[in-house]
Design a protein around this ligand. Structure first.
Ligand code: BGC
Length: 758
């Protein structure tokens, strides 16, 4: 069929040699030769297998088959030399089908650490390197635009997709996203920074109306996107599902045109999130150029709107032009011959190192870590130790070839794991997983297939069993696991420890401690959990997050001391969930997958499901905890190292429009390590009456410093970056007065401050 199509197109080309080609003619000329039908088809994606399909199956069917498992393809128009464009998820690595029909080759991608782990490195160079590797897989597997990075703000610990996102702070989100985008796009493929904006919950995500003040939007929810757009020039932006102040993000002209393009200078294309929004005309008008993945209904609606003049031809042509400009940048358009053979081995080494660097050492009493040379035999507790979680679920998941568990990681590092425990856990996990799988399969809930599989509860041991484990092992390790993903938010039960988990910690700690042996807890988690009630029990706590496919090796690198931990928290670990102001306005324990609103014909004003009021304003995370003096379990920016760092000689100098802060950082301990240095500023009250106690304005990570080695770090912040958004004048205001510049090792470990008058 395609051959016939090409033949006809060829004939047309010969008989009508004036038909311009995208490669050799101006875009405007190409557009002037496009039919309305072609324009509409270019703007509405070609649908998704298994959903309502678009027309011209012969063309789109073939396009869709190019990279099986990718997220969407655009409509190719061969007579004008307009190639298709393949869009594929996602943040922790490319997500495509690992196997193909009648093909013995495999197409696995590297599962890199989740967004939260990457951000916890605070290392922009390293994240850029990870981006380079991901982008290389995108290129070599024939995908044109990666649907990542995801940089929504961690407004509340319960958001099911926080694992894909970076931080409760917009500067960290924006800088890490910029590094990622630069890395991916250095391969000549595109990114789509998502979900623009304020997509802070999964409950009723397609129809939730987020009511947010303009100040909170500007300072918190849009800021990271602004930084990424200006610094890294992503090829595309993905609008979010939710409404913002009553208007769907994808239909929001203020957001997608006035702010994104006119103010920030974005010159790429905007696409919807998958099946997001409702009114194609409003989307086109707002500057949402691409409707993804597209459906016949949307095609019909847009075609009718073009015919009736409900959408102007100027708008259609403007959007078509943006899509064509995007297509022209893609490797497919430029004839790149992809290999389907990226260097997965080299990328495995990068993922291992990046996961290690994103792990955060929360506690290390008496230097129990790294494990002393004499420690060899490990009593390994916790189901997750044997079934390590590489990443979260949904479109942020990656089809990896393998995952290194903590069990394997420890063995690879030369430890010997209690064999009887290994046997017991494996038998238990096998039986439990089979039971949970069959429960899921027999579930009558139509959404069950989309939700994360429930994880087996912890096994408990008798005192006699524990005592025999104490006798035959040098140390105990317990892993606690949490997974989450698209479509559902986490629950309070997921945030808190279960009774079994508490019992396990209690019983292992008391028996091992009674024999003078240490207990270490590893947190293989997708998001923040409760730590205050039990953190005094173990000797060390390592928050490993989800480390991708090499996770077990990365943890072992830290436990053994092969690597010195240097990650720091990009969000606060509160004492109680309710300590976050946003918890009062979050769908806590709401039914997952509630789909209300115009898309279902059932609109709801139900608090936090239909409408979520961001009453906390800018007081998200540490901005709230530090300003309102609410104690926390672990503060934003916190993380231990096997060494210590001293900070001296802080200076602030005005240089043009910037303030440059210099600070001497010395490794004052005994082993080599890297330090994350944070610059916070407290701005004075003026036109804007309400200011946080401190806001992160710059950060840097040192190279490895040898013991005794000193480096002078330089942190630069522009005057404009110190502004607050004034709701009344709708302007950023730099107040006159005294600014406190603070350098610290965390938001609550401020080492020096300097007053700067403006
Ligand atoms: C997600 C996006 C993703 C898209 C394509 C949506 O459900 O929200 O993040 O890129 O699907 O898979």
């Amino acid at each position: 069929m395609r051959k016939i199509y090409s033949f006809i197109a060829g004939l047309l080309f010969v008989s009508c040699s004036t038909v311009p080609q995208l490669e050799s003619s101006s875009i405007d000329e190409v557009i002037s030769h496009m039919t309305n039908e072609e324009k509409v088809k270019l703007l509405v994606g070609t649908g998704m297998a298994g959903r309502e399909e678009n027309t011209d199956e012969a063309i789109v069917g073939e396009a869709r088959g190019i990279v099986p498992g990718a997220g969407a393809v655009t409509y190719p128009i061969e007579r004008l030399g307009i190639s298709t464009m393949v869009l594929g998820d996602g943040p922790a690595g490319l997500r495509i089908s690992p196997t193909r029909e009648n093909d013995s080759a495999t197409y696995y991608c590297t599962h890199f650490p989740i967004g939260t782990t990457l951000a916890s490195t605070w290392n922009q160079e390293l994240v850029e390197q990870v981006g380079e590797c991901i982008g290389n897989e995108v290129l070599e597997y024939g995908v044109d635009v990666l649907l990542a990075p995801a940089l929504n703000i961690h407004r509340n610990p319960l958001c099911g997709r926080n694992f894909e996102y970076y931080s409760e702070d917009p500067l960290v989100s924006g800088k890490i996203a910029s590094a990622y985008v630069k890395g991916v796009q250095s391969n000549g493929v595109g990114t789509s920074i998502k979900h623009f904006a304020a997509n802070s919950q999964e409950t009723n995500r397609k129809n939730n109306n987020a009511i947010i003040s303009e100040r909170a939007l500007r300072e918190i929810y849009l800021k990271g996107f602004e930084i990424a757009v200006k610094e890294a020039k992503p090829w595309t932006v993905m609008s979010s599902y939710n409404y913002i102040n009553g208007v769907y993000a994808s239909e929001n002209k203020w957001l997608l045109t006035d702010v994104l393009r006119d103010e920030w200078g974005f010159d790429g294309a905007v696409m919807t999130d998958w099946f997001g929004g409702l009114d194609v005309v409003a989307q086109m008008d707002a500057g949402n150029d691409m409707i993804e993945p597209g459906s016949n209904k949307q095609l019909r609606e847009l075609a009718a709107a073009v015919d009736s003049g409900k959408v102007s031809m100027d708008i259609i042509d403007r959007n078509v032009k943006r899509v064509l400009e995007l297509i022209m940048k893609t490797p497919r358009f430029n004839g790149y011959k992809y290999s389907n053979k990226p260097d997965l081995k080299a990328h495995a080494a990068v993922t291992r190192q990046s996961a290690t660097e994103g792990m955060v050492l929360l506690k290390n009493d008496k230097g129990v870590l790294p494990l002393a040379a004499g420690i060899k035999n490990v009593a390994l507790f916790g189901c997750t130790s044997y079934d390590f979680i590489a990443g979260g679920t949904g479109s942020g998941d990656v089809h990896h070839a393998y995952v290194v568990s903590l069990l394997e990681g420890l063995k690879n590092a030369g430890y010997s794991v209690d064999a009887s425990m290994e046997k017991k856990y494996e038998a238990y996990l096998k039986a439990e997983k089979a039971r949970l799988d069959s429960l899921k399969q027999s579930s009558t809930d139509p959404m069950a297939a989309y939700l994360p599989v429930e994880r087996p509860g912890e096994m408990l041991f008798s005192l006699v069993e524990l005592q025999s484990m104490v006798a035959s092992n040098d140390v105990a390790l317990i892993t606690l696991g949490r997974s989450s993903g698209e479509f559902a938010d986490r629950t309070q039960a997921d945030f808190n420890l279960s009774e079994k988990e508490k019992n396990l910690i209690e019983s292992v700690c008391s028996t091992f401690h009674a024999a003078g042996k240490k207990v270490i807890i590893v947190l293989n988690i997708s998001g923040v959990i409760e730590t205050q009630s039990w953190k005094n029990k173990p000797d060390a706590i390592l928050c490993s997050w989800m480390g991708g496919q090499e996770g077990g090796n990365s943890v072992a690198d830290i436990l053994s001391g092969k690597a010195n931990p240097s990650g720091k928290l990009t969000m606060t670990f509160p004492i109680r969930l309710q300590d976050h102001l946003s918890t009062a306005n979050f769908p806590v324990d709401a039914k997952p997958m509630v789909q209300l609103g115009p898309q279902s014909g059932k609109h709801s004003d139900e608090p936090n499901v239909g409408i979520t009021r961001y009453e906390e304003g800018i007081y998200v995370g540490y901005r709230h905890f530090d300003t309102h003096k609410v104690p926390v379990s672990y503060p934003f920016g916190y993380g231990l190292s096997y060494t210590t760092f001293s900070y001296e000689n802080m200076k602030v100098v005005a240089e043009g429009d910037n303030y440059v802060v210099t600070l001497d950082v010395t490794n004052s301990g005994k082993v080599a390590g890297k330090e994350v240095v944070q610059l916070y500023v407290k701005a004075p009250i003026g036109t804007v009456k309400d200011k946080p106690e401190k806001e992160l304005r710059a950060f840097t990570k040192t190279q490895i410093l040898e013991p005794g080695q000193k480096v002078t770090v330089r942190l630069s912040v522009s005057k404009q970056d110190l502004a607050s958004f004034d709701e009344e004048s709708k302007k950023w205001v730099i107040e006159k007065g005294d600014y406190v510049f603070m350098t610290g090792a965390s938001s609550q470990d401020i080492r020096h401050s300097v007053l700067v008058s403006m």
